[in-house]
Design a protein around this ligand. Structure first.
Ligand SMILES: Nc1ncnc2c1ncn2[C@@H]1O[C@H](COP(=O)(O)OP(=O)(O)OP(=O)(O)O)[C@@H](O)[C@H]1O
Ligand SMILES: [Mg+2]
Length: 248
């Protein structure tokens, strides 16, 4: 019975999430769930609270109210590091590599601290991850020397080297050319093919639509639509939220 309940629980879930910074309430009773193997897109105008939701799910800061669950277990009070060890990885809207370290060292640090691996096992995972993210030929470059696409790939590689069950991608496609975005979306699609759960915040809808199963739209701290992507895009609440926001 307990095993049945665990297997039917969403992989990652936020229930009734409120988040305030001082007097400013950024998230209002947000319910979010991601099933194992699901690919979910999150859209919404600037300031809707998308990145803040990732912060709460990944443990960057606690919610003001509500519960975060991983496989049904309450992880609301768990640190970001412990969550990472349990399988939640995220990338940041602005990539955050260790600029003084090489590409390899950056990914190795993620394998060490995120996946909890040491020695040759960690090195093998770092090499495998660099291969997968098309960065192996740049392994010895300083992270600071990378162009935008490779910086985005490195941000993804650092998340992947923690061996996540679920990966939270925060505008990883932003600022790329169409061709670069296509390459990165292909790569993200292969993660989905491997059964990884993907939650991807992105303003560029056509990239999202290539891989997502479900689309969530947020506006002013609330989830205003959640469901089949084409239906969500046609939802009058969603169209109204985007009016004049300049998003495609
Ligand atoms: N640490 C913080 N302290 C105070 N206000 C914050 C903090 N983090 C976010 N906010 C505010 O919360 C609101 C939501 O921010 P958030 O970054 O979650 O939006 P977003 O949907 O990710 O937007 P964007 O599409 O521009 O990335 C914004 O008004 C922002 O200024
Ligand atoms: Mg954001």
């Amino acid at each position: 019975m307990a095993a049945d309940m665990a297997s039917s629980s969403p992989l990652l879930q936020g229930v009734g999430i409120d988040k305030s910074f001082g007097a400013f309430q950024v998230l209002k009773a947000v319910d979010f769930h991601a099933a194992r193997g699901e690919a979910i897109g999150i859209v919404g105008p600037n300031g809707a609270g998308k990145t803040t939701l990732f912060g709460v799910l990944a443990g960057a800061f606690p919610p003001t109210a509500g519960t975060v669950r991983l496989y049904g277990d309450d992880i609301t009070d768990m640190s970001a590091t412990a969550r990472c060890r349990r399988g939640i990885a995220r990338t940041h809207q602005v990539p955050r590599p260790f600029l003084g370290m090489s590409v390899f060292e950056n990914v190795l640090a993620a394998a060490n601290h995120g996946a909890g691996l040491a020695g040759g096992t960690a090195e093998a995972l770092a090499v495998e991850t660099l291969e997968r993210t098309a960065l192996l030929h740049l392994a010895n470059r300083p992270a600071a020397a990378l162009g935008l696409l490779d910086r985005k790939r490195l941000e993804l590689a650092r998340a992947l080297a923690t061996r996540p069950q679920v990966i939270l991608l925060d505008e990883i496609g932003g600022g790329l050319t169409e061709v670069e975005l296509h390459l990165l979306t292909d790569l993200i699609g292969t993660l989905k093919g491997d059964g990884m759960t993907i939650v991807w915040i992105e303003h560029i809808l056509h990239a999202l639509l290539r891989i997502i199963d479900r689309l969530v739209c947020m506006n002013a701290g609330e989830v205003i639509a959640d469901g089949e992507p084409v239906a969500v895009m046609a939802d009058p609440h969603v169209m109204r939220a985007y009016l004049g926001s300049g998003v495609e």
